[in-house]
Design a protein around this ligand. Structure first.
Ligand SMILES: [Zn+2]
Length: 239
């Protein structure tokens, strides 16, 4: 008798990576509890907000070092590594709904990008107006852009705070969507990649899924949400 690999049960490896999302600080008088298992210390400086496995966690810097020491040199996804001091209101959101806290940071990032883009557009208008009074310069080639990223692929439905309004469809609907895809794969942008990632693991929310795929594949979350929607894997909540 021998043990072939064919019958071996495929055990999915647990998600071991932790994504450092933000480093923040709260008022000393209003410390918060480190959420590392068995720790329970109150912390206020250099609080690390991470997505560990499938959960958001708020950790003191010592526990973060202890648990994820090798990754500790990484810069957080949002903000700088200096640890911005939170207002009392922000602190409350961080403690009571960490996902919403991270969502607010994402919305802030989207807004900053929008403003930066508007600024660039204004500069360009000024330059064009100036250029109009001079002899025409040689044409500037359009920056190369991957064909599969259409400019209109983004929609407000998949941006900022809207991302938290999506949830997974029910398990029967999900199974049907997956079966449909397997029977006749759609070829929309990123469908194959998103479906592949989706099948590998169960995620508590589409947002945590998108965050993970974004980090692993450098694919902006709005594109991931669009693909999830087109693949009939998610639906909007009413609240
Ligand atoms: Zn701790």
């Amino acid at each position: 008798m021998h043990f072939g690999t064919a019958n071996a049960v495929q055990v999915e490896a647990p998600e071991t990576g932790a994504y450092l999302l933000a480093i923040v600080e709260v008022d000393k008088a209003d410390r918060i509890q480190c959420q590392a298992e068995g720790c329970g210390h109150s912390v206020y400086k250099r609080i690390h907000v991470v997505l560990a496995g499938l959960k958001f966690k708020v950790l003191g810097s010592q526990c973060y070092e202890r648990l994820y020491g090798q990754a500790s040199a990484a810069a957080p996804q949002y903000g700088s590594g200096t640890g911005r001091l939170l207002t009392a209101e922000e602190r409350l959101v961080l403690v009571e709904n960490t996902a919403a806290f991270i969502e607010a940071l994402e919305a802030e990032r989207v807004e900053l990008e929008r403003r930066a883009a508007a600024h660039v557009a204004r500069q360009r208008e000024i330059e064009l107006a100036q250029a109009a009074s001079r002899p025409a310069p040689p044409p500037v080639p359009e920056p190369e852009r991957p064909q599969h990223i259409a400019r209109d692929a983004r929609s407000p439905l998949y941006e900022g705070g809207e991302m938290l309004r999506w949830r997974w469809r029910g398990s029967e609907a999900l199974a049907a969507s997956i079966a449909d895809y397997q029977e006749s794969p759609s070829h929309g942008p990123f469908h194959a990649r998103v479906m592949e990632s989706f099948k590998n693991q169960r995620w508590p929310t589409p947002y945590s899924f998108a965050l993970d795929v974004e980090v692993k594949h450098c694919l902006p979350k709005p594109y991931i949400f669009r693909a999830l929607d087109e693949l009939n894997l998610i639906e909007r909540t009413q609240q």
